[in-house]
Design a protein around this ligand. Sequence first.
Ligand code: ADP
Ligand code: MG
Length: 602
Amino acid sequence: MSRIVLLDRNMVNLIAAGEVIERPASVVKELMENSIDAGATALTVTIEDGGRRLISVSDNGNGMDADDLATAFEAHATSKIREAADLNRIATLGFRGEALASIASVAQVRAVTRAPDSDSAHCIEIDCGDKGPVVPCSGDVGTTIQVRDLFYKTPARRKFLRTANTELGHITEQFARIALPQGHLDLALTHNGRELYRLSKTDDLKQRVSRLFPMLVSAGSDDLIETETNEKGIRIRALLGLPGLSRTSNQFQYTFLNGRFIRDKFISHAIKEAYRGMLDANRFPVVFLFIEMPFSEYDVNVHPTKVEVRFYNSNLVHSQVLGVLRERLLGTNLNIAAQLPARESAPGDEENVGRDLRKEQIADAMAEFFKRHRPVHQPQFDLRTEIAADRRDSDYRRTAIDRPAPAPVPMTHDRRYLQIHDSYIIEQTDEGFVIIDQHALHERMMYEMLQRRVQRESLESQRLLLPESIEVSEAQIGVIESHADVLTQLGIELTPFGSRTYAVQAFPAMLGNVSPTEFVQGLLDLLVERGATMAKQDLFNDILSMVACKAAIKAGQKLSDSEIRQLLADRERFESTSRCPHGRPTTIRFTIGELEKQFKRT
Ligand code: ADP
Ligand code: MG
């Protein structure tokens, strides 16, 4: 007797359901995707009891005629592909023909549908694979599919459902993933009779995001900036959270490819790179990324729920995403706006009258303040002419710290500044004033400069007159050998000097004030700790930020006028100085408007 049999239709569907229908949210996803594929412009999702009792999706799409309704719930029934070549140009969200069959094998399903050219609707009921007849019924053009009592005949699956709230959380997540890229749709989601979301096709992207994620925009939608590009066959549109909006997980990173939510490690990496130096290592930016490119440039047929795709040219996708994000972020003033407590409301205040006058008065008062407190007040210099573009590292360091002030060149407007507590510099600006963390700013500039430099050549090295010896561990000897290229690039020369001892012969010139043995020990520790696991570029960036930190002006270091001027002037040469390489802000800005509010002048 043969032991191999072909599984019956119901078994095939049940097995497929195991893969595609994990929980109520999966049903919501599949039904919403079908509605979108059917050309709907409006759809309503109705949920009861976290989706255990009811999931219903209603659309105004193209519907089905009676014959199609009868086949739609069969395994591998699809209207979206016909032949192998179609797999290379999938423009619909679905194509595998298994969703309806799977859902109907594990729940009670009722579908009502009507095609635009048909004068009546048709209806079918299926109870866990048990299919009833197609019968005429009343209904509008479009389709409504109701799914009741999911998994009621498969207790093992039902047992894995969580509380209604948890399941609802998964449902709203799926809803958001589908709703976000479908800007042309009216959408609503209702749970137990309460409307949770209503999105209109007239909303713009930011409004859509703020309706779906109110927690992100409560602080003011200025924290999300938009950018767009269309190059090399890849169109990218993105909504980027400023660093202040960052999160402890990547939960708020959404990537869509031609309207489909996807996860992709190349894209995640590009996002991380784009924010490099702007965030602490354990923070994740908020990013909504919409990518459009030809269907023939990637394969969606690699994952049952199609959440992963395979790009044929993943490097190009990576570099395009990184490019557009980085450019936008570097071009944005990421200085932190001062967080002042909100002003108590004062009804009856005349709003606009005399506002400009008051602004002037405040500007004057501030100027007066700075005068009285004996600020460093010098004519401004045109520093661009002062700074030779190809200055060497060691000079750069000296300039900011020891070099005498360059000859003054008069400028048209004043700049006023003041160092406080030997750590912060207060600088008057056109809008108000900024407080600069001198160490953080200098560190940031050193980091940028180092990055540019090491792309071209190794750092300038200085030979020590008296080599210093360091004791090293076995593991450290290992990294001295395996990362010899890194040491060379940094301008560090180590020679063996006995079994566990090395001599530091040469050392980066820009680290003139730093103890060579201490620095090399720190570097070797870092290499031992992360050298084997980290990507090379990431590792090198970490090393550069360590160098920048050591080489930078310290907090608590008194600066002369010329040093302060140099620091402020050098800042103009760097695109991205508003965060130190560790992600801390370098500058906090205060506006006159905020001062007016605080002093209750408005
Ligand atoms: P797929 O979406 O992969 O084709 P499904 O099992 O999800 O497979 O759906 C089977 C078919 O049923 C679809 O190809 C489509 O023709 C039809 N269908 C499903 N839902 C709808 C809908 N809301 N409106 C119109 N047709 C639909
Ligand atoms: Mg489908």
